[in-house]
Design a protein around this ligand. Structure first.
Ligand code: AHM
Ligand code: MG
Length: 333
């Protein structure tokens, strides 16, 4: 059995010049995951955790109490270690500068969706935490700037998620494959359970909120019909599976093979998901596991961000399935 800590130390040893900052950040995230795991597991027992907080985030979405708890947990864990120069979150209006001596000299920034799929919390369905790590581009010794956060996803140093499912798992990549660690609550440790895992190139699952069908672009409508048609050679019709929690839907598709789509719609011209907190980190993981992520036409990781809370249509999962969906998008423009 190998713990996440042992794994991180082992990986750091492969880079003799590494100063340990990235390892420190991953350790903070491990702690965040444990705290959120604990809070989620006792959510039904106290009124302080479940339900709406009564306010909205910058994107006009109602915040759940646990959205705020998870966000604060993340922010304070990073602040305490001072390995990070700045932090941006789906739940914060603006990016946050860690303006201490150590913070100004830290080389990394973090972006997060601290509690993805939070509308599922009240009904005891899986949710997740997503994170994305970049090297800053502004000079060391100064406060971070917007430019540090506006980097395309192909510049990510690491990304990952925690899925609070039937068991809690932390899955991450530093650009060298994807590894997954299952939490053993009796030990309080994440243990390596999925070493260097690869997504099947093809699958039999499609995940999309089909209730919005009439609002989707023609390419998506045609692709959904393709998934539903009978064809023995390609094992269609595919199964439709949609939890409504990106992390959980992605995690299942990564293990079994499948595609997750959150397209644009007449009511969501750029989709619902955020490029920096959801699209990029999941795209990095997908590609590292042999899958693909696209906005229907181009690689997610190559999109130059223009806004912190920018949205993006997302087609992500098994390579052959994403390519097929892209063919439909191009054909029925
Ligand atoms: P959130 O970050 O506010 O929780 O929103 C993102 C979530 C995804 O996890 C999920 O796939 C999607 O929203 C579900 O949206 P919908 O209910 O429109 O299908
Ligand atoms: Mg989210």
């Amino acid at each position: 059995m190998k713990t996440l800590d042992a794994f991180i130390i082992e990986k750091q040893a492969e880079y003799p010049n590494a100063k340990g900052a990235l390892s420190g950040i991953l350790s903070s995230i491990r702690l965040v995951a444990k705290v959120i795991h604990r809070d989620i597991n006792r959510a039904g027992l106290t009124n302080d955790i479940l339900g709406y907080a009564g306010n909205q985030n910058v994107q006009g979405e109602s915040q759940m109490k646990l959205d705020i708890i998870a966000n604060d947990t993340f922010k304070h864990a990073l602040m305490a270690r001072e390995d990070v120069a700045g932090f941006a979150s789906e739940e914060e209006d603006e990016f946050i500068i860690f303006d201490t001596e150590r913070g100004r000299n830290a080389r990394y920034i973090i972006l997060t969706d601290p509690l993805d799929g939070s509308s599922n919390i009240d009904v005891n369905v899986s949710v997740g935490t997503i994170f994305s790590i970049y090297r800053r581009v502004s000079p060391l010794g100064s406060p971070v700037t917007l430019e540090d956060f506006m980097q395309p996803g192909n510049k990510q140093v690491a990304s990952g998620y925690v899925v609070y499912g039937s068991s809690t798992m932390l899955v991450y990549t530093t650009g060298n494959g994807v590894n997954g660690f299952t939490y053993d609550p009796t030990l309080g440790e994440f243990c390596l359970s999925h070493e260097n895992f690869q997504m099947p190139h093809n699958g039999k699952i499609y995940s999309i909120n089909e209730g919005q069908y009439l609002k989707f672009p023609m390419g998506v409508k045609k692709y959904i019909k393709y998934c539903q048609e009978e064809d023995a050679a390609t094992q269609r019709p595919y199964a439709s599976r949609y939890i409504g929690s990106l992390v959980s839907d992605f995690h299942r598709n990564m293990l079994k093979g499948g595609i997750y789509i959150y397209p644009s719609a007449t009511t969501y011209p750029n989709g619902k998901l955020r490029l920096l907190y959801e699209g990029n980190p999941m795209a990095f993981l997908a590609e590292q596991a042999g899958g693909l992520a696209s906005d229907g036409y181009r690689r997610i990781l190559d999109i130059q961000p223009t806004e912190l809370h920018q949205r993006v249509p997302l087609f992500i999962g098994s390579k052959d399935m994403v390519e097929k969906a892209q063919e439909f998008m191009t054909e029925y423009k």
